[in-house]
Design a protein around this ligand. Structure first.
Ligand code: MN
Length: 250
């Protein structure tokens, strides 16, 4: 618990929880048979898509400026942002104007992911490259995150590229249509409906019992990708103690 508090210090320092409805990370999420991921479309000062991968008790997070592309030729800038609490994976709503990240947040995608690496995925991130497979509604199949060099030290951000691998889910030229999809996978609401506070409440993902991951992988036809790479991480591996000393110094 203390470890997670350290991991989330940056996240908490940026937010005033008396003003925003974003979760503080105090809620215990339910265990899942696989690692979870979410993508939140976020109409902040600049529209972006936040990719979050569950890893050692938090969501490692990237702001993908133009959103994920299913065209392998179309590399997408993914700016590393602070770790987010796992209960953030159920957040959909509007962050008040003037607060950090002010703007509407929509649950654009969610599902399970598997690192395509034999080492701890945090070590892959530290080495600057993480290959992984997703079984979501909109992000499916094999991907890679590759760290790129900062802009001659002038850029204080840590930048990555998110690239779709060529596989059965890749679709050259298919990204514009995908980006136009504007229905929440959690509530069915459009950005406009969320902003106006109307429509259905989002169905929980992190705070409810997860469905069988095996069924999810099958329904997404991702099994071939899964069996080609590493086997699904066991629950034991996911909850293994994290090495967080490196992160604490960031
Ligand atoms: Mn964001």
């Amino acid at each position: 618990m203390k470890k997670t508090a350290t991991q989330l210090a940056k996240y908490r320092a940026k937010r005033d929880f008396t003003k925003t409805k974003e979760p503080s990370g105090a809620r215990q999420v339910l265990p899942a048979p696989q690692l979870r991921f979410v993508v939140q479309k976020h109409a902040a000062s600049h529209l972006h898509w936040d990719l979050r991968l569950e890893m050692n008790g938090v969501f490692k997070s990237w702001a993908v400026t133009k959103g994920p592309s299913i065209d392998p030729a179309d590399k997408r800038l993914a700016v590393e942002v602070e770790d987010h609490p796992l209960d953030y994976g159920d957040f959909e709503g509007t962050i008040p104007h003037g607060e950090y990240g002010g703007g509407t947040v929509q649950m654009w995608d969610r599902g399970f992911w598997i690192p395509q690496t034999k080492q701890d995925p945090e070590d892959s991130l530290a080495a600057g490259e993480l290959k992984f497979v997703t079984a979501g509604k909109r992000m499916r199949g094999s991907w890679v995150l590759v760290k790129i060099r900062n802009n001659r030290g002038r850029d204080t951000r840590t930048n990555w590229l998110l690239i779709k691998h060529k596989d059965e889910y890749a679709q050259p030229g298919g990204t514009p249509a995908l980006m136009e999809e504007d229905k929440s996978v959690a509530s069915g609401r459009t950005m406009d409906q969320i902003a106006r506070g109307v429509g259905k409440a989002p169905r929980p993902f992190m705070l409810k019992k997860a469905e069988s991951a095996a069924a999810v992988w099958r329904s997404n036809r991702a099994e071939s990708a899964v069996t080609r790479g590493s086997r699904p991480a066991s629950a034991g591996r996911r909850s293994a103690p994290a090495r967080s000393s490196r992160r604490a110094t960031r």
